[in-house]
Design a binder for this molecule. Structure first.
Ligand code: NAG
Ligand code: NAG
Ligand code: NAG
Length: 323
């Protein structure tokens, strides 16, 4: 009799324990796919910031729309795992140890609108790195102290890009030919880079005028160090286009010589022609004078008849002479 209540108490305790466990830990349906040390909220926002992660989190829910992996020590963004997340809209990778981003890294993230790669150790940005990100609106690429090179066509396909920030990197030049063509771009952060203000950055200096906020200054050459890019733009334009090269001078000398010799030759020819004409007209007038004298002599012999009569007389006199 005493043994009967004991199993029932045991089973009740087990039941309570089961209910307690069920109540405290999330249901298996919610935990499935949420990575270790991350918090998954409604399966759409995955928050893994500041968890000392050294690798990109595994088992991310496929429907993730926001992924925050900032403040970790992640060294690599694996293209395969990242590109399963085709609904991703927001990706914050700031403050990690990323050194390289390749063209395939973001190959399938066509809905991504916000990307933060600030505070990493990127060295360079290659051609079409962000090419597949057709919906990208904001790209933060600041505070990568060794980032010294951005390919001219790195952003050329990001037609939705509105805000680009490349402040506080190690950039000395930036080819703006493809940035100018981006239809939506309205803000470009350039400050805190060691810009080299020479003829290669002339376009950038001239273009930056609207965007400049004071910290965008030249680092080189020493005589321009500390001057704002926007201020040296006009000076660079003057310096880079005024100087004439050796061939320019040679060209001008050749042109001058051609004009000079053409002038000399034409003056000489004109002189000769004028002398000839003068001689010709002199001879002509002399001939005319002698003709006049001849005429005057004939008229004297013909008596007082008219010109025609005189000729008639001549004609008529011919048979007379023959007779
Ligand atoms: C980067 O993350 C570390 C922790 O991993 C944190 O101590 C540090 O303040 C963060 N730096 C920035 C600039 O957010
Ligand atoms: C920045 O670039 C210069 C060369 O342009 C290089 O000498 C220097 O080491 C770079 N700085 C960093 C932190 O990589
Ligand atoms: C900028 O890039 C374009 C396209 O890659 C190239 O044609 C042009 O020469 C470059 N300009 C400078 C100043 O390097």
């Amino acid at each position: 009799m005493r043994l009967l209540p004991e199993p029932s108490a045991q089973s009740l305790r087990l039941l309570f324990l089961f209910i307690f466990v069920m109540g405290v830990t999330p249901s298996p349906a919610l935990t499935a796919g949420c990575p270790d040390r991350c918090v998954c909220d409604d399966q759409l926002v995955v928050q893994c910031a500041g968890q000392e992660l050294t690798q990109f989190p595994n088992d991310l829910p496929l429907a993730t729309r926001q992924l925050i992996i900032s403040n970790n020590r992640i060294v690599d963004l694996p293209a395969l795992q990242l590109n399963y997340l085709s609904d991703l809209v927001y990706l914050d990778c700031s403050n990690n140890s990323l050194t390289e981003i390749s063209e395939s890294t973001f190959g399938n993230l066509r809905k991504l609108a916000y990307l933060d790669l600030s505070f990493n150790t990127l060295l360079q940005i290659e051609d079409r790195t962000f090419g597949p990100l057709a919906s990208l609106v904001m790209l933060r690429l600041t505070d990568n102290p060794s980032l010294g090179e951005i390919h001219p066509d790195a952003f050329s396909e990001n037609m939705a890009l509105q805000v680009l920030d490349v402040s506080r990197n190690n950039l000395t030049a930036l080819n703006i030919s493809s940035l100018i063509a981006l239809p939506a771009l309205r803000s470009l952060g350039l400050s805190g880079n060691p810009w080299s203000c020479d003829c290669d950055t002339e376009d950038l200096c001239l273009w930056v005028q609207i965007e400049d906020e004071g910290q965008t200054v030249c680092h080189n050459p020493p005589e321009l160090a500390g001057q704002r890019l926007a201020e040296v733009g006009m000076q660079l334009r003057a310096d880079c286009h005024q100087g004439l090269g050796y061939w320019d001078y040679l060209f001008f000398i050749a042109i001058g010589f051609v004009i000079f010799s053409a002038g000399t030759v034409s003056a000489w020819v004109m002189g000769v022609l004028m002398v000839l004409y003068e001689r010709y007209s002199k001879r002509k007038s002399e001939e005319l004078d002698s003709d006049d004298e001849d005429d005057r002599g004939g008229m004297g012999g013909g008596g007082c008849g008219g010109g025609g009569g005189n000729q008639g007389n001549g004609d008529l006199s011919k048979p007379d002479m023959q007779v």
